[in-house]
Design a protein around this ligand. Structure first.
Ligand code: DAH
Length: 357
């Protein structure tokens, strides 16, 4: 019995963790442990022997159990000490520089142009990116057979089998928001509608998703002169220059009559894009007087009201203003690019404080 005691108390003293302790407990005082086996031998003893051995075995069992409990508590204390030693924080250390997100050039340009048009009396309207083909095409005087419908490289949504309604489309331009705004507000109206649009097209200046801002002004005495003035004011304010050379080119859109495309003078030099100089022109917008059929589709009487509309490529504007040569990089989510071209998160562009400090 003295041997057993020495053996198990020694093992308990050496145990390194709770698992080792548990193994010792099972081997020593478990149901089939060594002490239990010894207790079974009591039956073979004489009553005199049993009177000595019985209490001694019980005392041994108690002693081992309390040694186990004491060791368990000691191990827990040691573990806590170890945590306290390793998990500490020097609160006098300087804090780590906080990584701040930045504003994407497209968001920045959108904020800037919104501030400018707000100053010109335009409020912001929005519409869905998944659009009915009626709003995206028909209401804008682009009937089913019209070539523009094919030219737009439209992404069509899936329709369930047997559903013969025309499929919805990913809007190919922000022009359907003209219709939605007229339906919602009636005349007079002065809105811009910035947002994402989609076309199956991909090269240095085209991506399948890009951004436009639509403009719409409807009232009783609106002419092409108002359109030209608004666009010139906008471009000067946006590029933060006194003069920008614009080229109004006669053009054709189904939803405007007459129509004009506007180009801005620029140069491509070694992949660097600069505005206001050089021999190149970059098309930045389409515009015109809203077609009477479009006004009628919006629920407004074209005999009483007329107006102008325009659609500007926001990504193009950002490329030109910030000298960013490749449109595709806009949507690569490359952190290095975002940190380089991004804007401080807390600078809200406004005309008085400066648009892009
Ligand atoms: N929706 C045209 C496009 O995506 C742009 C445009 C042209 C919009 C003339 C207009 C407009 O409002 O009057 O190419």
């Amino acid at each position: 019995m003295d041997d057993l005691k020495a053996k198990y108390l020694g093992q308990i003293a050496d145990a390194g963790d709770e698992n080792a302790l548990e193994a010792i407990r099972v081997a020593a005082v478990g149901k089939k442990g060594e002490v239990a086996l010894k207790m079974r031998e009591l039956g073979k003893m004489t009553p005199e022997e049993r009177q000595v051995a019985g209490p001694a075995l019980n005392a041994l069992k108690d002693e081992i159990n309390s040694a186990l409990a004491a060791k368990k508590a000691a191990l827990a204390d040691a573990a806590l000490d170890e945590r306290l030693r390793t998990e500490w924080l020097d609160v006098t250390l300087p804090t780590r520089a906080r990584r701040q997100g930045s504003i994407h050039p497209v968001s920045q340009a959108t904020e800037e142009l919104t501030a400018i048009f707000a100053e010109l009396g335009f409020s912001v309207a929005e519409g869905p990116r998944i659009e009915t083909d009626w709003h995206n095409f028909d209401a804008l005087n682009i009937p089913g057979h019209h070539p523009a419908r094919a030219e737009m490289d439209t992404f069509y949504m899936h329709r369930a089998e047997g559903d013969n309604r025309p499929p919805h489309v990913l809007r190919t331009h922000t022009s359907p928001v003209q219709i939605r705004s007229m339906e919602l507000q009636g005349a007079p109206i002065r809105v811009i509608c910035p947002g994402g649009v989609y076309r199956a097209d991909y090269d240095q200046t085209h991506t399948p998703m890009f951004h436009q801002v639509e403009g719409l002004a409807i009232d009783k005495d609106i002419s092409m002169a108002n359109l030209k003035w608004v666009l010139e004011e906008f471009v000067k304010a946006f590029f933060e220059v006194d003069d920008v050379e614009l080229r109004f080119r006669a053009s054709h859109f189904p939803f405007t009559e007459p129509s004009a495309e506007v180009d801005i003078r620029c140069s491509w030099d070694n992949g660097q894009l600069k505005i206001g100089e050089g021999d190149d022109w970059m098309e930045i917008l389409g515009s015109g007087m809203v077609h009477p059929k479009v006004i009628a589709a919006g629920g407004i009487d074209p005999e009483v009201y007329q107006g102008f509309a325009f659609g500007i490529g926001i990504d193009r504007l950002a490329m030109l203003k910030y000298g960013i040569p490749d449109l595709r990089a806009f949507f690569d989510s490359d952190l290095r690019w975002l940190r380089h071209y991004g804007f401080a998160a807390l600078d809200m562009p406004n005309l008085h404080g400066g648009l892009s400090r």
